[in-house]
Design a protein around this ligand. Sequence first.
Ligand code: HEM
Length: 529
Amino acid sequence: MSTDLQVLFTPIITPLCTVLAMLLGLLGYLYGPYWGVRKVPGPTVIPLLGHLPLMAKHGPDVFTLLAKLYGPIFRFHMGRQPLIIVADPELCREIGIKKFKDIPNRSIPSPISASPLHQKGLFFTRDAIWSTMRNSILSVYQPSHLASLVPTMQSFIESATENIQSLKEEDITFSNLSLKLATDVIGQAAFGVDFGLSKPQSTSDSVNSIHSHGKDNTDVSEFIKQHIYSTTQLKMDLSGSFSIILGLLVPILQEPLRQILKRIPGTMDWKVDRTNKNISGRLEEIVRKKMEEKNKGSKDFLSLILRARESETLSKNAFTPDYISAVTYEHLLAGSATTAFTLSSVVYLIAQHPEVEKKLLAEIDGFGPHEQMPTAQDLQNEFPYLDQVVKEAMRFYVVSPLIARETSKEVQIGGYLLPKGTWIWLAPGVLAKDPKNFPEPDKFRPERFDPNCEEEKRRHPYAFIPFGLGPRACIGQKFSIQEIKLSLIHLYRKYLFRHSPNMEKPLELEFGIVLNFRHGVKLRIVKRT
Ligand code: HEM
């Protein structure tokens, strides 16, 4: 190029090259994660939004629809981020168990990136820190310890039942009642704190028990409100805070934007930040008090973890006070919404199926006098039909329809070579509605879980995984099943439940970090004579 031409074009070419480089960089950023997994089939991707509009249209059912179109392993873009969704029991076994060492962690979705409080629990810690924490916590879940919790669970269930009797309204929102019950039970088991939510309002016991921790009742109900707010704001679709939405679309901008928005009063980010700070402050106070108390007799998880920490230098390093607060809070979080949802869906489904109700009542009444409290062993062995009913309800409404994982190295799954860092999500919700494993999947039929029936014998062992699988499976599985069975036995000894005519049909669900009832479960109570 002559010098004249150079002089003429340089002022145009330089900015053009910069713009082109920026555009290429942006495209690389937006499509980089997609490139590595492009061979996995999936619907056409809308730039930035990915497949979120499909999720908005179909809700969690979108994964069942896509599995029908694309087979058991397909791509779904949560905004910019591609997820490899796996809806085949054998592939789930491969990911969760056989190749665990290559896929040991969970990916951190945008709603969680916005919340440091949630990142330090067991769920999102990674590699060596996770295994040290998990091993220490496992000691708390020994069968003998769980069995010793039965009387505590029973006493909260009795309080909650008393509350039902004292209600004046014709309709009860059973899902609220079960959330209060599950929060109380886990509050006691996790922190050794009686939140007093299940008790009739006039009862002063809760105030006394909370006073012993230096709190008053208003403080506690505020804490619970904040806990529920903090949980329900973790949206997976486009209805969360602005920074969460941006995190789904352009993750790199999420944290800078959150830092700005959390300083602007009135924004959802500001509210979430304040709430989380408040919760963290309260948790730290509870942990500090427990550390001071050194009450060797306390059997709540927090005391047990603190004691385990004293005895092992290793876990002392992993369990810094902020991790202890996070794990304890995580118990409250994981142990309330999931258990409450399950309890409500069981009662809702039984109310729709008189033949199931009849058979269940016969089993419960046949156990013994109504005052006889079942032991943990009775709960496991003496209520086979109840067991089937709970399993079938958990299949019918899978509270955690997706289970997150992330590859730590390049790995071959289902014929596709997936790069390190790929988000692989298992889809128990799709498995649960697959007619290959569950003929007539839209029928509520507890007998399909009868160990002697052909359907159960034929079924793939990992077709039903509501609690996940492998070393990262749910730590609270036995705890929650014990609580759910005990609650149902107690409730059905006293009452029957009928759908309220004021409830929508079919039931509408919403998708947060777990499923929830959009308008609650409204029931009417019939006292048994
Ligand atoms: C009906 C009740 C519940 C359901 C359906 C449920 C479901 C799940 C699922 C699907 C996972 C992921 C498993 C995986 O990745 O393979 C999980 C993990 C977990 N759950 Fe639960 N859960 C329930 C109750 C509880 C309770 C009561 C607690 C605590 C007391 C709890 C604490 C946890 C924790 C800490 C993890 C993370 C485990 C780890 O990463 O090592 N869950 N749960």
